[in-house]
Design a protein around this ligand. Structure first.
Ligand code: DON
Length: 609
């Protein structure tokens, strides 16, 4: 038998040849670069104008989703539909902030930035100015761009900084407290996106967020739960704002006002993004670091830059899939999986054991490569073109036995050496923006910057603290993703836009949920393009996940019949029943209108016009 690992890594010669054709992974330049991905040949690049003879997508709804009596995800009651514009996010008031900007004549980027700042107020468990993210933008003329505003490791970060005296990774330091924070990229990123593609001044798009912070918003049960879960740490690190006067966590129905955050946002609105990196906010952040033993300096902040990168592009059933390149591994997992399944015809029916098995085996292979080969492309060479080549998909497919699960190798092959939120905006010209932003863990590193009123991230935990040892999401990653000063930690975030064969925007999606984001986004795209589901069903359909290490197949509780579970067990899968998998957002263009669906498993709202 061919050893599994060898079989799924084709030879070096082909890798070199393919590397010569490598273009897609190149860094697109700095924030001033004009690099963007031109519309693909064959597609008619345009806004929303219908093309004669090209009918709009009509979901076939062939899949009997409610077949499982135990399946408890609510029926499709939350589809917002609009002829012109759409904002979908985890917070209705933040979606309304984006909608306000669209109503005032802003475009999808203006609205995305407004929604992003509003989420930092109304969805503080994940929305942020103390974290980072990725934004994929597609213009009405078909050009596409990827903005990387991922956090970076501070200059004083070291490879071993999260290894305890016992030689093991020490999650207490990489997840909670000051050392866990990477240099935040959110403000730089949002401001860069606005400068390049927006039409409104920063002050205008931040205004709804400032209003929300000053006037307050009504706390929901998700925020209360999050405060309860992290209250010990929040109380230690300036989190008083999340508690009532008697010290009890805010309850649903309470109003949360954030005067410090309002002042911070006002400073940014008045003085621009540099204020965050060089002004009073930077001073407050560095003072916080010094108080708590953190290492982010004024210089780390002043030198932070968001980076425009060329998005990855793939094709599936004639549709173009535009997604995030490294330092996210999400796009690679998504496109690699689509490449593998595009060679399987017919695909097994949705929800069958064979369908789940094929996808799980593909995810396993994609994750082995993700965890060992992908990292910050400015620090290591990532073989993107090789991983996305059709011949690579052919070799991966050839190793899949449709009757038996393969085994993930026990150790990493020697190649060398939860909190996030997704939002989508679309405008009447056809511009679509798909953004995922994160502070990583619930409440980030649980440190509120004193006087500035925002939570910091614990993104440093996305680095490999010690090879072979799992991070917060159970990801076991290799050397390439080791901590280094200035380096961006590997991500699973997968903001994605799908374009129909006639060149019009068709779908946008992305989500929160750590390592399970990439596999869920892949399933959402496949639900729509392969299984012909409408966006509501695509979002509601039961999900599953495999990430190679640990060698387990997670199935969403109640979503798969006993017979399917038994078959998968018989094939050799170690099945684990999982609660809701991923907090995703979905947008689809149907019959000439935008349809938006926030995650049916979680909170959120879509606002359409
Ligand atoms: O970038 C990543 O892959 C992680 N920091 C994402 C974390 C996440 O999705 C947590 N959310 N619920």
């Amino acid at each position: 038998m061919i050893p599994f690992v060898r079989a799924i890594w084709p030879g070096r010669a082909s890798a070199v040849l393919l590397a010569l054709t490598l273009a897609a992974c190149a860094r697109g330049g700095t924030s001033s670069s004009d690099a963007g991905v031109a519309p693909s040949p064959g597609a008619v690049a345009q806004g929303l104008a219908p093309v004669p003879g090209a009918p709009d997508f009509v979901p076939e709804a062939r899949v009997p989703l409610m077949a499982q009596p135990e399946w408890r995800v609510s029926a499709a009651g939350r589809v917002a539909e609009g002829a012109e514009t759409m904002v979908v996010s985890n917070s209705t008031v933040a979606s309304e902030a984006g909608d306000e900007i669209l109503r005032a004549g802003g475009n999808a980027v203006d609205a995305a930035v407004a929604t992003g700042f509003a989420l930092s107020v109304s969805h503080p468990i994940a929305g942020n100015i103390g974290g980072g993210g990725f934004m994929v933008i597609r213009l009405p003329d078909g050009r596409a761009y990827a903005l990387d505003y991922r956090e970076t490791a501070p200059a004083a970060a070291t490879r071993e900084m999260f290894v305890g005296s016992d030689g093991k990774a020490d999650p207490a330091r990489s997840r909670d407290g000051h050392l866990a924070a990477g240099v935040p990229g959110a403000v730089a990123g949002m401001a860069d996106a606005l400068r390049r593609f927006g039409t409104m001044p920063l002050a205008r798009v931040i205004a709804p967020a400032i209003r929300l912070a000053e006037q307050g918003f009504v706390v929901d049960s998700m925020l209360t739960l999050s405060i309860r879960r992290t209250s010990t740490q929040l109380k230690k690190w300036n989190g008083e704002l999340f508690f009532r006067a008697d010290g009890a966590p805010l309850e649903p129905g309470d109003t949360l006002k954030q005067p410090d955050l309002a002042r911070t946002l006002r400073r940014i609105a008045e003085r621009g993004a540099r204020e965050f990196y060089e002004g009073e906010t930077a001073d407050l952040l560095v003072a916080e670091m010094q108080r708590g033993g953190g290492i982010i300096t004024k210089r780390d902040l002043a030198t932070y830059e968001a980076v425009w990168r060329e998005p990855l592009r793939g094709r599936f059933k004639g549709y173009e899939v535009i997604t995030m390149p490294p330092p996210s591994a999400g796009g690679i997992v998504l496109l690699e999986t689509l490449n593998v399944v595009s060679g399987v015809d017919p695909m097994p029916p949705f929800g069958s054991a064979r369908y789940v098995h094929l996808m799980a085996e593909t995810f396993r292979r994609a994750y082995i490569e993700r965890n060992t080969l992908v990292a910050d492309p400015d620090f290591v060479k990532v073989p993107v073109a090789r991983l996305l080549a059709p011949s690579h998909a052919d070799s991966l497919r050839a190793t899949i036995d449709m009757t038996h699960a393969s085994a993930t190798p026990a150790t990493l092959p020697p190649v060398e050496g939860q909190h996030t939120t997704h939002y989508i905006t679309a405008d009447k010209a056809g511009m679509v923006v798909s953004t995922t932003t994160t502070i990583n863990d619930l409440m980030g590193n649980k440190v509120v910057v004193r006087g500035a009123g925002f939570l910091l991230n614990d993104e440093m935990d996305d680095f490999t603290a010690a090879p072979g040892q799992p991070n917060l999401f159970g990801l076991v990653m290799g050397e390439r993703n080791a901590v280094a000063p200035g380096k961006r930690m590997l991500s699973s975030m997968t903001p994605t836009i799908v374009v129909s064969p006639d060149g019009r925007p068709f779908m946008a999606t992305g989500g929160a949920g750590g390592a399970r984001i990439s596999t869920t986004v892949t399933q959402l795209v496949l639900n729509a393009l392969g299984n012909r589901m409408g966006i509501a069903d695509a979002m509601r359909a039961p999900r599953f996940h495999h990430q190679a290490w640990p060698d387990k197949l997670q199935l969403e509780k109640g979503g798969f019949s006993q017979a399917v579970r038994d078959s998968l067990t018989a094939m050799g899968h170690a099945i684990e029943e999982a609660g809701p998998i991923v907090n995703a957002m979905g947008l689809m263009r149907v019959n000439g209108k935008w349809q938006g669906v926030p995650e049916p498993r979680r909170e959120g709202g879509a606002v359409a016009h």
